[in-house]
Design a protein. Structure first.
Ligand SMILES: Cc1cc2nc3c(=O)[nH]c(=O)nc-3n(C[C@H](O)[C@H](O)[C@H](O)COP(=O)(O)OP(=O)(O)OC[C@H]3O[C@@H](n4cnc5c(N)ncnc54)[C@H](O)[C@@H]3O)c2cc1C
Length: 368
């Protein structure tokens, strides 16, 4: 959608064919605070208007009963060149959207397609600036951002790049592979400097890890005949069941689509409690085949990511991105206290989180 708006100059309308975004700005200012009125500080006055605020207007308009929202493609698509670019955009990036249009018989040249928000995706630093906390480059990093090797995470000797690492407002394809190259060079330097010497992985460590990874297959083999009804087995959950449970939990407690992206402290605490139960049940996950084994481990990683999302949303007592999510108990953008990065540590043994604030320095000057 972002590419469409920027590239093809598309815009949106409510069901009556009206422009609606501007109508919601006064309400938004009231809700999130007057920084939004201040041309120096606000993201409201930026052009183009940030996606989260456009989402906010869209959600509000639909709630006011004037949905669906349409993306106006019919104008741009009359130009054959723009039409081609439009299809390139979708076929290259989000082929599922093109498939949906084909499946619902919508040709964006002759009909303005419906536009809506969906569940929030965790896309690492591409969309949310989140990810592993890693060292910056030595030439521009202030001391808080630098610990010896560019792109090295806080785990000594482990390097990261692209969507995996945080602290970047927007990781893109080209940025990700450039960063991958920087990370690889820094990792080579780390080895050349002799820092990796003396690393020994024992046969026992390998064997233990192998057992842990394949355990879901073993679990299935032992208990598969104890199904009581349908796919219900008192001895295990399968990856699909676990995923459905995680989706629902995150949706209802961590500001998902079904609650209009709203959450608060109480909801997040309940969500975290339920997530712990899911984590316990994950110990008994069963995988029917190697494909399900992959899904099982994806689920484990999603559970960990979800926990981090909830812990960070809980810690940050403000609504940084209205339209992406709302903290109902702190509906303001609070630059005074929260113009910071939030850093978490998860104790691998106890699963306990510790949270802290880290300064957010603007290293690149805005030249506009
Ligand atoms: C909908 C959408 C639209 C986007 N649009 C654009 C755009 O227009 N322009 C742009 O520049 N960027 C765009 N991006 C962002 C861009 O795609 C990402 O920033 C970039 O692809 C990240 O690259 P990466 O190598 O860090 O991660 P990825 O491309 O996610 O690569 C990580 C790889 O690791 C693999 N993996 C994960 N776990 C394991 C494991 N345990 N073992 C082995 N392999 C594993 C995954 O399968 C994956 O292949 C978009 C992203 C999305 C989601």
């Amino acid at each position: 959608m972002g590419a469409y708006f920027l590239h093809l100059k598309t815009y949106t309308q409510n069901c009556l064919g009206e422009e609606y975004e501007s109508k919601w700005w006064p309400q938004l200012q009231e809700m999130v605070g007057k920084e939004y009125l201040d041309p120096e500080a606000s993201h409201r006055t930026h052009r183009p208007i940030p996606t989260c605020l456009r989402n906010h207007a869209l959600i509000s308009e639909v709630n006011a009963g004037r949905g669906p929202i349409h993306m106006v493609t019919m104008e741009a698509f009359q130009d054959p060149h723009l039409e081609e670019i439009g299809w390139h955009n979708f076929l290259g990036m989000t082929v599922g959207q093109a498939v949906l249009w084909a499946a619902t018989d919508v040709d964006p040249k002759n009909e303005n397609p419906e536009l809506t928000t969906s569940e929030p995706y965790v896309m690492g630093s591409h969309a949310t600036g989140c990810g592993a906390w890693c060292s910056g480059p030595e030439d521009v990093s202030p001391p808080e951002y630098f610990w010896g090797y560019n792109r090295m995470t806080t785990v000594e000797g482990l390097f990261g790049a692209g969507d995996a690492v945080g602290g970047t407002p927007h990781a893109f394809s080209s940025g990700s592979f450039t960063e991958g190259r920087l990370a690889a060079k820094a990792a080579c330097k780390y080895i050349d400097d002799g820092k990796a010497e003396g690393i020994v992985v024992s046969q026992k460590q390998i064997e233990d890890r192998r057992k842990e990874i394949y355990k879901p297959l073993e679990h299935y083999r032992i208990y598969r005949n104890e199904i009581t009804a349908g796919s219900v087995n008192p001895n295990y959950i399968n990856p699909r069941q676990g995923l459905d449970r995680l989706q629902k939990l995150m949706d209802e407690y961590a500001g998902g689509a079904s609650v209009n992206y709203m959450t608060n402290e109480k909801l997040l605490h309940i969500g975290l409690k339920k997530l712990k139960l899911l984590e316990e049940d994950f110990e008994k996950i069963a995988a029917e085949d190697i494909h399900e084994l992959l899904r099982a481990w994806e689920l484990k990683h999603r559970i960990l990511s979800s926990e981090a999302v909830m812990q960070h949303t809980l810690f940050r007592k403000e609504t940084r991105w209205p339209g992406y999510y709302y903290r109902g108990d702190f509906l303001k953008v609070d630059d005074e206290n929260w113009h910071v990065l939030t850093v978490s540590r998860r104790d691998p043994k106890t699963g306990e989180y510790t949270m802290e604030k880290a300064p957010c320095y603007h290293l690149v000057e805005d030249t506009e």
